[in-house]
Structure formats: structure tokens, C-alpha cells
Design a protein around this ligand. Structure first.
Ligand code: SF4
Length: 349
């Protein structure tokens, strides 16, 4: 079964660390973008069925419920029963009426960009919401009937000491969330942070925070199922698991990436061209995707790991049991392995 990723390239305000493709939201541009998405969805062969749809961005929740419904209407007859339909949301866009409208359109999983519950961290990250906005938005979503709610946290700023992370996790765990993603802040060259980087945690402190995160969330009943993702049982992101399991997913929208028939492709980062074109242009980024190396690199991001061949086991042995372990015939990384995953993969490959 296939996944479908739709990139929504609009944000209310650009965050200084972010290098995802997005532009300032304009109502007219959003209308023409939605029409272009619908055209492209109609062009995907009708016999292609989807069991996941993911609206990522940008800030997909800047779109209206009617626009979301129009896009989903193009694929509704091709969705398998119980398909997971995720929308990334910014707390400031999660008004009751919109949340109800997205739900009526079919969205059944939301991923909220919280980043932190500490006002000083949010301010340094240039976020346009307060901790209260995020908490209220998640509670509102729950009251609107969403029971599959994920939140994103970001780690890595100098001020994010053990106490700060403890407070963030206590706030997160007090909310009705089923999934938590925790990303390490990466300084991208082409962003304001790339030009004026903030003070960051040392490597040792970052490692300590990562292990603290693992301990606290696993004790709270979340499984650390992917290097940066934690879920209550049964609430792993089905869509994102397709990336790591080398399963096919289609991509629509400027800057979207897809992988179908072992070919990875991308759509140019050009909203005007996307809206003006009859169909989106794409370019191939890898014509031999999902080979042995990909399966090792992506599969070891998951706690389920991979079935190793003999050659891989020979290379894995010296890294066991600190960084790699075997269980039921599968090889997987330990949390300590994930911390240094690039070095572990270099040794394996
Ligand atoms: S972090 Fe999210 S809200 Fe901020 S600019 Fe990037 S996509 Fe937009």
C-alpha cells in the first residue's frame, strides 16, 4: 500500500532555524496552490491506493477546512478503510471551528509543533506561540475528538538543561498525546541561525539530554520506536514508518519528496511554477533507492531493526552490545547507538 505526502508551503512567520520550503501565507496563493494539488492528485493513476496521507509543511493548518476537504476529495475513493490522515499544525491555527472542519474532512491524526513549554526557549526559537497556546490547542483538539495527537519538541539550545527538559516532558506527559517527536536542533547554513548561531549544548550535554528523554518517556509507557520518535503502543506514525521501511509514497507540492518503484524523486522548490504548471515537474534524486545500504541506514533508525545478512553481522559484532544488539533474529541499535548513529553506520557500511 502507498503513502501520500502533500507539502503545504505556507507559514505565518518564518522561524530562524527552519530551512523547510515555505513562503508567507497569502489567501490567493493558497487557493491557486490547492487547485494545483487537486490537478496533480487526479493525475495519479486511479488504481493507486493509499493507506496514509500526510500534510506536511510549512504550516498545513493555515489552509481552510474546505481547502483540505477539496484535496482529500480527490483521493477519498482511493483510501483504504482506516487510512491514517495526518496534518501538521501550529498551535495558533487550531481554533475549534477549524479543528472540527479538518476532522470532518477526514484528518484523524495531528502533529503539533510545540518545540518547548519554556517561554524563553520559544522566544529564542522565534516561535509565534506561547506555552499556554500550545497546551490549550492540544486540549481543544482532544475535546474536538482527535485521539491521535503528536507533539514535536526541540532540543539543543544551551539553556535546555536537565531541569528544563524535565519540565518540558512533565508538561507534555500531562497532555492527552499519543506520540512525541524530539528533534535535535540543527543549524542550517542558509537560515538566520546559520548566520548568527545561538549558544548550543555541548555534545556531552546533548547526549545526556537524549538519554534522559529516552528514560523518562519509556518509563511513561511510550516506546522509543525510532531515533527521534516515541509512541504509545499502536500509535507509531504509520506514514513516517513507510520512509524507514522503504515502502512507496507519492509526493505532491513544491519541495515534496516521494519514492515509488525504488525511484526517489522531488518536486522543485518553486510555488509559482507549481501553481502555473498543468502538472508538477519532478526530478529524480535516486534511481536505485531502497537497496541494501538504504535498508540498513533507514531500518536501523527503527527499534524493530532489520534482518541482517552474514556480512552485516560480521561488521556488527565489534559494536555489540553497547551500540547494536540482536533480538529474535533482528539487528537493532541501542539508544547509545542512535546517539552516534553516523559512526555506527560508517562502521557497518
Ligand atoms: S518551523 Fe514550521 S512554522 Fe516555523 S518556518 Fe519552519 S515550517 Fe514554518
Amino acid at each position: 500500500m502507498n503513502g501520500l505526502y502533500i507539502h503545504v508551503p505556507f507559514c505565518a512567520k518564518k522561524c530562524p532555524y527552519c530551512d523547510f520550503y515555505s513562503q508567507s501565507y497569502r489567501a490567493a496563493a493558497a487557493e491557486s496552490y490547492v487547485s494545483a494539488v487537486c490537478r496533480n492528485l487526479r493525475a495519479i493513476p486511479q488504481d493507486v491506493r493509499f493507506d496514509t496521507v500526510y500534510f506536511g509543511g510549512g504550516t498545513p493548518s493555515l489552509l481552510t477546512a474546505a481547502q483540505t476537504d477539496a484535496m482529500l476529495a480527490e483521493v477519498r475513493s482511493r483510501l483504504s478503510p482506516g487510512a491514517e490522515i495526518t496534518m501538521e499544525m501550529n498551535p495558533r491555527t487550531m481554533q475549534t471551528e477549524k479543528l472540527m472542519g479538518f476532522k470532518a474532512a477526514g484528518v484523524n491524526r495531528i502533529s503539533v509543533g510545540v518545540q518547548s513549554f519554556q517561554p524563553e526557549v520559544l522566544s529564542l526559537l522565534g516561535r509565534n506561540h506561547s506555552p499556554e497556546d500550545a497546551k490549550d490547542a492540544i486540549l481543544r483538539a482532544y475535546q474536538c475528538g482527535y485521539e491521535n495527537i503528536s507533539l514535536d519538541l526541540m532540543l539543543g539550545l544551551f539553556m535546555q538543561d536537565a531541569d528544563s527538559l524535565d519540565r518540558d516532558l512533565a508538561e507534555a506527559l500531562a497532555l492527552p498525546v499519543t506520540h512525541i517527536s524530539a528533534y535535535l536542533l540543527k543549524i542550517e547554513a542558509q537560515t538566520p541561525f546559520g548566520k548568527t548561531p545561538p549558544d548550543m549544548l555541548s555534545d556531552d550535554d546533548t547526549a545526556a539530554r537524549y538519554l534522559q528523554l529516552h528514560d523518562r518517556l519509556t518509563k511513561a509507557g511510550f516506546s522509543h520506536y525510532e531515533i527521534s520518535n516515541f509512541a504509545k503502543p499502536g500509535y507509531e506514525s504509520r506514514h513516517n514508518c513507510k520512509y524507514w521501511r522503504c515502502e512507496p509514497y507519492y509526493a505532491v507540492g513544491p519541495a515534496a519528496h516521494g519514492c515509488v518503484g525504488h525511484v526517489r524523486y522531488a518536486v522543485p522548490k518553486d510555488l509559482s511554477a507549481f501553481c502555473a504548471g498543468k502538472l508538477q515537474e519532478t526530478y529524480i534524486t535516486d534511481e536505485n533507492a531502497c537497496g541494501r545500504e538504504d535498508r540498513i541506514m533507514l531500518g536501523l533508525r527503527l527499534s524493530e531493526g532489520i534482518v541482517p545478512d552474514d556480512a552485516l553481522m560480521r561488521r556488527a559484532k565489534p559494536l555489540m552490545p553497547q551500540y547494536l544488539v540482536t533480538e529474535n533474529g533482528r539487528l537493532r541499535m541501542t539508544p547509545e547507538g542512535w546517539l552516534v548513529s553516523n559512526s555506527v553506520l560508517a562502521a557497518l557500511l
